[in-house]
Write a protein that binds this ligand. Structure first.
Ligand code: 5AD
Ligand code: SF4
Length: 393
């Protein structure tokens, strides 16, 4: 029996798909090179924005024509479950992968605990799942449930295993790593101390509890990239989003981070067109973008989600205006990222080859390179800089 996994959404979903893949292999299935060649199709869905749900639905309908067995998992809202039940063969929660035996009909090798499944090749280690923050726009607390932290020993063992298997970057994943129950800065340091040559990264954190201790740990672990989602540059909107910090405190944190780790690359997540976001509120987001000078930003157009608190508010900003705001922010980002990238010009830096002609820097920037062996670190000289990456050609 051959399987094929289609993944939508964030790194957490990608990481889940990797574990799913290992699980299926352990249970005697093999991976197919295309949908056509597979007997079993697994769709790992994301419900953060309506567009992702619609895309997944369209894809499933397309695959259905090929008469394949389709299983659905991932971030799924109860109201969508009913809709999807009609078009897929089986729905399971990612933490209940063992339910899949009903589909693969092999009982002897089923591993009941999802976290005990080790992917063959991975950079991702989920350290916690779920979220307790209930930002008013977000489905994650509903689709993934409350926060559950994994034990540090388990995470360290897994990191050791992955490094031995050849992982060169270890990404510690959580919806909000700052609320990791067993001391996140300590965990970072312990993973960093493991033998072997690898880079350490983490994603994602919440500005409300981003601590000085964490900044120190990042410095010690030579972390040079941080995603700190601000979501809006306006205090009034932040309040409506149930994001309990203000722009002043966010900027102070960024200032401290930049001081402790000079040259750190910063990225953020933003929502444009949140209910009630007027021009004046949006101008504050633009101002923040100019002031911080981000290297990267994930700019999202607000999408009303059933069951969330913000869904009770009127979606006041038109799609056209949301698009316009997205473009305006992208234009600022293009300038700030270019300015940051130009600082690399003429410098010789260490990169990790991730594709034949592409490497990644420790600051999480892509760089074009001459054909090189994938999975190796190498030193190269940066010769070109643009907004969305570097080049050594
Ligand atoms: N609409 C638009 N963007 C959203 N995000 C989360 N919920 C929504 C929504 N309803 C964005 C946030 C979050 C990222 C993963 O997705 O910016 O950080
Ligand atoms: Fe969603 Fe907010 Fe939790 Fe992030 S912190 S997953 S945006 S509720």
């Amino acid at each position: 029996m051959r399987y094929f996994i289609i993944t939508y959404g964030c790194q957490m979903n990608k990481s889940d798909s990797e574990r799913l893949s290992s699980f299926l292999k352990d249970n005697g299935l093999s991976v197919a090179s295309s949908i056509k060649e597979a007997d079993l199709i697994l769709v790992n869905i994301c419900s953060v924005r309506q567009k992702a749900v619609d895309r997944a639905e369209a894809k499933i309908k397309e695959i259905k024509k090929l008469k394949k067995t389709i299983c659905l998992t991932g971030c799924l809202l109860d109201k969508d479950r009913k809709r999807f039940e009609k078009i897929v063969d089986f729905i399971f929660k990612i933490k209940d992968v063992s339910d899949l035996h009903k589909v693969i009909k092999k009982k002897k090798k089923i591993i009941p605990d999802y976290f005990k499944i080790k992917p063959d090749q991975s950079n991702f280690i989920p350290i916690m799942t779920g979220c307790n923050n209930f930002c008013t726009y977000c489905v994650v607390p509903y689709t993934r449930g409350r926060e559950i932290s994994r034990k540090p020993e388990e995470i360290i063992k897994e990191a050791e295993y992955l490094i031995k298997k050849g992982a060169k970057i270890i990404w510690l994943l959580g919806q909000n790593v700052n609320s990791y129950e067993h001391n996140f800065p300590e965990l970072l340091k312990k993973v960093y101390q493991l033998p072997g040559k690898f880079w350490l990264q983490f994603i994602s954190s919440h500005p409300k509890d981003f601590s000085e201790e964490l900044i120190k740990a990042m410095k010690r672990c030579r972390i040079n990239y941080l995603n700190l989602p601000v979501q809006s540059g306006d205090d009034e909107i932040l309040k409506k989003m149930n994001r309990p910090y203000n722009i002043k405190s966010y900027k102070e944190k960024i200032k401290k981070i930049k001081k402790e780790i000079p040259g750190i690359a910063l990225s953020t997540d933003i929502i444009v067109g949140f209910p009630g976001e007027k021009r004046k509120h949006f101008e504050n987001t633009k101002k923040l973008f100019k002031e911080i000078g981000y290297d990267m930003a994930y700019i999202n157009k607000y999408s009303p989600r059933e069951g969330t608190e913000a869904n009770l508010l009127k979606d006041t900003v038109s799609p056209k205006e949301k698009k316009k705001r997205e473009r305006e922010l992208t234009a600022i980002l293009a300038e700030t990222a270019l300015k940051n990238n130009k600082k690399y010009l003429g410098k010789t830096i260490e990169v990790l080859v991730i594709e034949k002609n592409i490497a990644v820097t420790k600051s999480n920037k892509k760089i074009k390179i001459n054909p090189s062996e994938i999975g190796h670190f190498k030193k190269i000289k940066v010769t070109k800089a643009c907004s969305w990456g570097l080049s050594s050609l």
